[in-house]
Design a protein around this ligand. Structure first.
Ligand SMILES: [Fe+2]
Ligand SMILES: [Fe+2]
Length: 187
């Protein structure tokens, strides 16, 4: 169980810039857990916050060779987008370190979003997007998102923004992303 793993050890895997991001994401994860009364385990929140980008600094070559060696299943088209590959690799690394499947699934889907990501995944997804170190999100938009009443509403708003951005850029929208967006829209 991840409860017995000290996730501060994950800090050693991160570059200073990734560490600043990951610590900010961890703080937001803890905040959303309180704010939305989700009752998620603090150890799991810290694990996803600190661990989700554990493979973010890997080279494309290393990511691809890890995926091949470990026979990691990707979604159709996912292999073509290098920026997405750190999620399946990071999830597999965390599983091998002994983290539980809630943590593994949250990290696996922190890039795409998926119905399988669970509440822990929702919290990670929102926290990753709302890291104040990021500059792509105008402060007034950030404030509006932070005012959403539930974690589902928050993830829905973020997904809508992301999908609109991807569509404008002519980029692919993946099936798990579409499914999650549809499910959250139908509540
Ligand atoms: Fe990431
Ligand atoms: Fe991240």
């Amino acid at each position: 169980m991840s409860g017995s793993i000290d996730s501060t050890a994950l800090e050693a895997y991160l570059t200073p810039r990734r560490l600043a991001h990951s610590l900010a994401v961890t703080e937001l994860c803890l905040h959303f857990n309180e704010r939305f009364r989700l009752d998620l385990a603090e150890a799991d929140l810290r694990a996803v916050g600190l661990g989700h980008d554990i493979a973010r600094s890997w080279s494309e070559e290393d990511l691809r060779s890890y995926i091949e060696t470990r026979k990691i299943a990707l979604h159709p088209g996912e292999e073509a987008v290098v920026d997405l590959l750190h999620a399946p690799v990071g999830a597999d690394l965390l599983r091998r370190m002994g983290y539980n499947e809630d943590v593994v699934r949250a990290v696996r889907y922190h890039t795409l979003g998926s119905l399988k990501m669970g509440k822990l995944g929702f919290v990670l997804f929102a926290s990753d997007y709302l890291d104040p170190n990021r500059t792509f999100l105008p402060e007034e938009d950030r404030a509006l998102l932070l005012a959403e009443p539930t974690i589902e509403d928050l993830v829905f708003r973020i997904l809508k923004r992301s999908v609109r951005y991807l569509a404008d850029e002519g980029k692919r929208i993946f099936e798990p992303t579409r499914e999650l967006l549809a499910a959250l829209g139908e509540r």
